[in-house]
Design a protein. Sequence first.
Length: 522
Amino acid sequence: SSIMESVINGLVEFIHDNSVVILLSVCSVYFTVTYGYVPFNFWKNLGVPQVNVRYPFVGNFLESLKVPIHEISVSVYQAFPNERFIGTYNLQQPVLILRDPDLIEAVLVKDFSSMPNRGNNLDLNGGKFQKHLVNLKDDQWKNTRNKLSPAFTPGKLKGMYAQVMEITESFMTNVLKDFEDGRHFEVHDEVNRLTMDIIFSCGFGLDIDTINHPESELRTMGLAAFKLTSWTKIVFALRALPRPVREVIWKLTPNSGRYDEFFTNIVDSSIKHKKMNNITRPDFLYLLNEIKEKEEELIKMKQIDPNDPNTFDHTTLLSNAWGFFVVGFDSTSKSISFCLYELSINQDVQEKLYKEVSAVQKKHGGFPTYEALHEMVYLDQVIHETLRIHPALPGVSRKVSKAYRLPGTDVIIPAGANVFLPIYALHHDPLHFPDPETFRPERFDEGKKSIRKGTYLPFGDGPRYCIGSRFAIMSLKLAISTIVGKYKISSCKKTEFPMKYDPKSFLLAPKGGIWVTIQPRS
């Protein structure tokens, strides 16, 4: 007993002498466990299989910065082949990755009301132009989408077709003609001149002609906005943080404010020029301004409350003009580039496409008319197969707005959690697309009837289906049919096979570019 007593006395004395250190140690352990480890039990507590989390506080975030963004979801998707869904985390934010096409279809379409909003805001400019369709929620999104939908009807697209065709022909004459000598060239660098001219012509009514003036300030600023460094990817990856924190981080990004000011000046000066010269060109910006002016009149007549969050104000106009540029310019140029890449290494597909293009154009007087484009069935298949292998976005997310029971399970996802739909992983799953790395347009030879719902999602699905998808497809089809109709595209010694993606980009982007050669067809 005397030994025990001395031990206890010694322990008491030690605690007394080191009380501050012990208190700090206990607090440190408590803080680490509570805030570093416990958040990563979210899915486990719901009975959902989840990924192994490597580090406290940040989870697997550091690993995600080292690889192309699509590989993160692909690795999770492939690690759980027998599961319908898997739990993971963006920093400490719970994210549920869906593997089951039926669940995906339920989330996007049938049960849309349970998660109608996107998972995280697309803060590509740090917060100024946030009222665009991608970000808007609930009634604001619904009202704005209804106002913008008339801009993308088949009739409106047909009205824009002549502009797109004229710009495409200029691209053929003034850009591709320079490479007829057989020199290899980087496709994406040239094609984005085409798509930038199309976007500014059809979107803003501006003939900026970067095809003939590649060093113009407009193109320089446009490309700079998309020149994604590791820092920009970190800013995007930190979208799970509160918005005020994201805005502070963005302001530390070099030149972040220049793009906002530059773009605002372009939009406002274009509107002013049209008004002063009484120009009624039916472009996207003209429609946006028409909506804004009509609502301003209704406010003057006191038929609309100026404080109504659904009002289409100047910020909403700027945001959606910015959204049209961001979503349309780079993704379309990449899709054209990826398609030319696939045609260069799949000569049999290219020749079959060339025969169709030639036959249909001959039927229409040798021109790629709007009607001719719709008759090119194989071209449609080629475009869809390109978007399957190289989707612009690796996935889309939805935020659960009210507790949601996953169909066919006892799992109830609480409001606030994010659900991620891994588009790239689905498109490359041999269960849905046998031999998925092979470029085989015939997969789509019955339209999309043979494709299981919830497995092919280049533009999403359901009420939030990409509003500009028809415009993108039209631009893609016209560019590819015009190029293939005149040139044979071939791979060269600089062509990467298989394709490698850039880990610094949050969109699917080829690492080192796409290199090909062209040869005029006789």
